[in-house]
Ligand binder design. Structure first.
Ligand code: 3HC
Ligand code: NAI
Length: 698
């Protein structure tokens, strides 16, 4: 096995090259290699040590896979102290990303040169921890307290030019990191530069830390790591010595390391990278995509077209009439102008897209040469079947035929064609050019290379792409329907939509379910309820119609200015709609229900148990391949708090036996709704967790 740190002696300079692909994470072998390299350089009488990374990057941080396992010497903080204390001149040459422990090693070296393309940052808060190898103590000493607080609490990646201005690096130079580093180190030696340990620099300036702490805590919506990091930076300013500050950093770091939030966030980190790794995709080549078609340029079609155009894919957009096509063009223009305003798209590229990449059409002939079509017409099976029958006639052989349906059966849609192997669901989320999630819905006859094409498209559009099977609502909307139903039951029994929304935003959701319904449009849920009633509800299912009454009165949520909340023009949030509670009370009276009190805790427990139970059914039935696929879907499509890791990670952390006990207890009052998922019962019986299933599948 190659050495994780390669040692090379060039004149007076000992060069330590990290060789731990893919990102030179600071695992135990790298740490040992660095320590040995420093010691050898000193023993051999070198004058300087240059540290750089081979491959794509300098160190991208501590090795996250080691977290939660017994620590192995040398610890990173001790290694950093040892590097800094070396009597030799120690220099870092940074390319790629110097993140977390990577930047901490760089800050422990005496000088830092970086390539113009390099980025530096301390993103630990996104993993539920804080910089634990001196980052909270050294960064404020070089960049000042305010800049350090900004970098550490946001975890943002800072470009080399900004890092230079902030004093985080000393020089920017273009070229190969080995050459750039050697040149810079030689210059330093020639100019007689002396060692420059950051720990010996004066303590950084004070700021109002309590105010910063409160602000960061509020912004974090319950996430504790950024606020805790503020206290560590405070220690850099207030401790009597550098070592005392380091001690405080370590205490706070260890507290966070032991927290459930750290476990949730690290689960999220690995889960989002695992979703695309499916055995069925191994070695399967996706079909080529040069141009795509989109049918329907409403909310979703326009968003999907925007996302494709932004990724450089030309789009043919088909609408029902010239007027509808014109309206669709307006939506895409508005989306792209937004991208120009935010600096994500140049004016020249905007003009190019609108001038030649986007083509509007009203006849199917325009789709004869596209490589993939995404249908986003009204949510109506008959219309969708007609569209797919036409696509079957027109599209060239090998074209992928996709539907963006929210709930409908992709097998039935595929059966409207003579090429079901080319048919797939590509379920985007609104707004499609912003939301990161894409569900690739695989039907019974979908060809493996069509699945691979769905993933390749997701990758190109920078989406987090999850595989789902066919059922009513696939992974996300099926689970959503269940926890929404649970919320409706609680409303019938005595809770209010406003209390439920508040309890769930306090839990960490970006929005409560009723505010979300207002945003998506109450007509969507109404259409689903009508369809399900038409299909025939199970007589044991509880139904409610108060929400239908809002829709019947023309209140569809934000787009009509009124739903569960009333929205004033120009304001984002709404205030509770006073018409809602009387509608609910009337319905309770009609159904003979005497309302009872719900605590916020009970609301969260029931809502989450309903979510977990349905998610366990989704995994048990193979709709989601692994629990982590559900977690990523809820994190990226449904505002689930990332620091809780996703519903099934949350369930593991709560303890599955307790959740199953609650579900069984509630089954006594509503045995139809609270049917325990067989997979949940099995895991409890075997003393296993959802994470065990993830591990078995990897
Ligand atoms: N430890 C272990 N594995 C890591 C890792 C790390 N710090 N960073 C990335 N990886 C792995 C990924 O899991 C992935 O593995 P896979 O190929 O098996 O899925 C592989 O490296 C490549 O990663 P990406 O797919 O994410 O590659 P990108 O090029 O898209 O991104 C990156 C590269 C920007 C470095 C991104 O991986 C990243 O943000 N990594 C995390 C950086 C980070 O958070 N560092 C701080 C760690 S905590 C710390 O240092 C604590 C210290 O203060 C004590
Ligand atoms: P929308 O009503 O905003 O847009 C539908 C568009 O399709 C309209 O512009 C209409 O003119 C056009 N259209 C209808 N029939 C057509 C036909 N035969 N040929 C060409 N164009 C036709 O609807 P929206 O919200 O964009 O939804 C579209 C699809 O996406 C639905 O299946 C919906 O379930 C799904 N979806 C919706 C989401 C949302 O949040 N709105 C999220 C994810 C999926």
């Amino acid at each position: 096995m190659p050495e994780a740190i390669e040692y090379e002696r060039i004149g007076d300079i000992a060069v330590l090259a990290a060789n731990n692909p893919p990102v030179n994470a600071l695992g135990v072998d790298v740490r040992r290699g660095l320590l040995a390299g420093i010691e050898r350089a000193e023993a051999e009488g070198a004058r300087a040590v240059l540290i750089y990374g081979k491959g794509r990057t300098y160190f991208a941080g501590a090795d996250i896979r080691e977290f939660g396992k017994p620590p192995q010497d040398p610890w990173l903080p001790e290694l950093c102290a040892r590097i800094e204390a070396s009597p030799l001149l120690v220099v870092s040459s940074i390319h790629g990303t110097a993140l977390g422990g990577g930047l901490e090693v760089a800050l422990a070296t005496h000088y830092r040169v970086a390539l113009p393309s390099a980025r530096v940052g301390l993103p630990e808060v996104h993993l539920g921890i804080l910089p634990g190898a001196g980052g909270t103590q050294r960064l404020p000493r070089v960049a000042g307290t305010e800049a350090a607080l900004d970098m550490i609490t946001t975890g943002r990646h800072v470009r080399a030019d900004e890092a230079l201005v902030l004093g985080v690096i000393d020089e920017v130079a273009d070229g190969d990191p080995h050459e750039v580093g050697l040149n810079y180190t030689r210059e330093l030696l020639e100019s007689g530069a002396s060692r420059r340990p950051v720990s010996e620099m004066p303590a950084p300036e004070q700021v109002n830390f309590d105010a910063v702490y409160d602000e960061v805590l509020r912004k974090g919506r319950g996430q504790i790591s950024p606020a805790t990091a503020v206290r560590a930076v405070q220690a850099a300013c207030e401790s009597e010595s550098f070592d005392a500050g380091m001690k405080r950093e370590r205490e706070l770091f260890m507290d966070l390391m032991a927290s459930d939030q750290r476990k949730g966030l690290i689960h999220a980190f690995f889960a989002e990278r695992a979703v695309g790794k499916l055995p069925e995709l191994q070695g399967v080549e996706p079909r080529m995509l040069h141009q795509i078609g989109v049918i329907g340029g409403g909310t979703m079609g326009a968003g999907i077209a925007t996302a494709a155009l932004l990724s450089g894919l030309p789009v043919v957009l088909l609408e029902m009439s010239p007027e509808a096509a014109h309206a669709a063009k307006g939506r895409i223009e508005a989306n792209l102008s937004g991208a120009v305003k935010r600096g994500k798209l140049s004016q020249a590229r905007y003009a190019e897209i609108m001038g030649s990449d986007l083509k509007l059409a009203t006849g199917y002939g325009a789709l004869s040469n596209v490589d993939l079509v995404i249908e986003a017409v009204f949510e109506d099976m008959d219309i969708k079947k007609q569209v797919f029958a036409k696509l079957d006639e027109i599209c060239k052989p090998g074209a992928v035929l996709a539907s963006n349906t929210s709930y409908l059966d992709i097998n039935e849609i595929a059966a409207a064609t003579k090429r079901p192997e080319d048919v797939i669901g590509l379920h985007f989320f609104s707004p499609a050019h912003v939301m990161k999630l894409l569900e690739v819905v695989v039907a019974d006859k979908t060809a493996p290379n069509v699945v691979a094409t769905g993933f390749a498209l997701g990758h190109r559009l920078k989406k987090v792409t999850v595989r789902a099977g066919v059922c009513d609502g696939f992974i996300g909307n099926r689970i959503l329907s269940t926890y929404r139903t649970c919320a409706d039951h609680m409303i019938l029994d005595g809770a209010s939509p406003f209390q439920i929304d508040k309890a769930l935003t306090d839990f960490g959701f970006a929005m409560g379910p009723f505010a979300v319904a207002d945003l998506a449009g109450l007509d969507i849920g109404w259409a689903v309820r009508k369809r399900k009633r038409a299909e025939g509800l199970d007589p044991r299912a509880r139904d409610s119609s108060y929400a239908d009454k809002l829709c019947e009165a023309g209140h569809f949520g934000q787009k009509t200015g009124k739903g569960y909340y009333v929205y004033e023009a120009g304001k984002r949030g709404g205030v509770p709609n006073p018409e809602v509670l009387p509608l609910i009370e009337a319905e309770r009276a009609e159904q003979g229900i005497s309302p009872r009190e719900f605590s916020d805790e009970e609301i969260v427990r029931r809502y989450m148990a309903a979510m977990v139970n349905e998610a366990a059914k989704v995994v048990g039935e193979g709709i989601a391949r692994r629990p982590l696929d559900v977690d990523v879907t809820l994190l990226y499509g449904y505002g689930f708090p990332r620091y809780r890791g996703g519903p099934l990670k949350w369930a593991d952390l709560q303890g599955l036996p307790g959740l199953l006990d609650d579900i069984r207890k509630w089954a006594a009052e509503d045995a139809y709704f609270w049917q325990p998922a067989p997979l949940l019962e099995q895991l409890v019986a075997e003393g296993r967790t959802f994470d065990d299933l993830n591990k078995e599948a990897s």
